[in-house]
Design a protein around this ligand. Structure first.
Ligand code: SF4
Length: 328
């Protein structure tokens, strides 16, 4: 077990954690903002190494990833802690608290991954995976040594420094990254973070791995059509084939705003579709979340809550031969 931090700097009378943009200064037995990293006996360590609080086999669409291994399942695991403090957190029980956990060593985890039928790999999700960096790095590296075809997925807030991101990306097959809003005001006030590092993560990750973006539209906070259009324009400046998931907010944790109006989300989807080829909506039943060819509108994948029906394979539309950004 190697719970020693992989990114830190020793100063005269403190140790600086360099994993995420908070760059916390740590002293003996003092914790950083995430509540997970500290100094014990002069060594900087993460207390959640290998500690699992949640493990489920989920459809990969639930991450959400709609353009990566569609129709498959993925073992989904999480630990506890987070480096953001979003007042609407949908998983605050594990992100902002320390629930009971079980240590799972890497060999046991790999055995579990390969024993599950229809399973494409492992998704680190439920809480912020970069807060589990030391363990995830070791797991991902070992998985790729064992079998390159086992997928490693991160579902992340994207709040990580460039060096740690660069080091882990070669072992990552897909990411869903939250872009929680498009203003520093929102990131500062609601999430206690900054937007710029998240935008950098999206740019860097998109160059090396499959990326999809999720924006939780919170009523009266970030649910204006204008803000979603700004998000769409930013994503399009990288690649208009990156899928965007617009998710409906419901009151949770400290945020008491009413649920986001469905018509706001559908209007935002309509306007953002002028810039991006694939926009989906989450937490709303009975809507069309199929994948259509952006050129000829051929129905490539039909989705409902319970099933995914794939009408093509490869990377071209069977009708018009347009390139389609889906990893099978
Ligand atoms: S990972 Fe934790 S301790 Fe390290 S800089 Fe980020 S919030 Fe601070």
């Amino acid at each position: 077990m190697d719970n020693k931090l992989k990114f830190y700097k020793e100063e005269d009378n403190f140790i600086q954690c360099q994993l995420c943009p908070h760059n916390c200064k740590l002293k003996e037995n003092q914790f950083g903002i995430c509540g997970l990293r500290t100094v014990k006996n002069n060594l900087p360590v993460a207390i959640n190494y290998g500690e699992v609080t949640s493990a489920n086999v989920d459809p990969i669409e639930k991450k959400p990833l709609f353009h990566f291994k569609p129709g498959k399942d993925i073992l989904s695991v999480g630990t506890y802690g987070c480096n953001m403090k979003c007042s609407f957190c949908q998983n605050y029980e594990i992100s902002q608290n320390k629930p009971s956990s079980e240590f799972i060593d890497i060999d046991k985890l790999i055995k579990l991954i390969i024993s599950i039928p229809n399973n494409v790999g492992i998704a680190f999700t439920y809480n912020e995976p970069f807060m589990w960096y030391e363990y995830i790095y070791d797991v991902a590296k070992r998985i790729k040594e064992y079998d390159k075809n086992i997928s490693v997925v991160l579902v992340s807030n994207g709040y990580v420094n460039k060096e740690p991101l660069k080091k882990i990306l070669p072992f990552i097959d897909a990411m869903n990254i939250d872009l929680k809003g498009f203003t520093n005001r929102y990131y500062n006030d609601i999430c206690k973070a900054k937007i710029e590092p998240v935008l950098e993560t999206i740019k860097m990750a998109s160059e090396q791995t499959h990326v999809e973006i999720t924006t939780l539209m919170v009523s009266d906070e970030n649910d204006s059509v204008e803000e979603i259009v700004e998000i769409a324009k930013f994503i399009a400046s990288i690649d208009k084939n990156i899928p965007l998931h617009l998710s409906r907010y419901f009151p949770k944790y400290k945020m008491k705003n009413p649920p986001t109006l469905v018509e706001n989300i559908m209007k935002a989807k309509e306007e953002a579709s002028k810039y991006l080829n694939y926009i989906y909506v989450g937490n709303i039943s009975g809507v069309d979340n199929n994948t259509y060819c952006p050129n000829c509108n051929y129905n490539l994948i039909t989705r409902d809550i319970y099933s995914t029906n794939i009408h093509f394979h490869g990377d071209k539309c069977p009708n018009c031969k347009e390139y389609i950004n889906i990893v099978f």
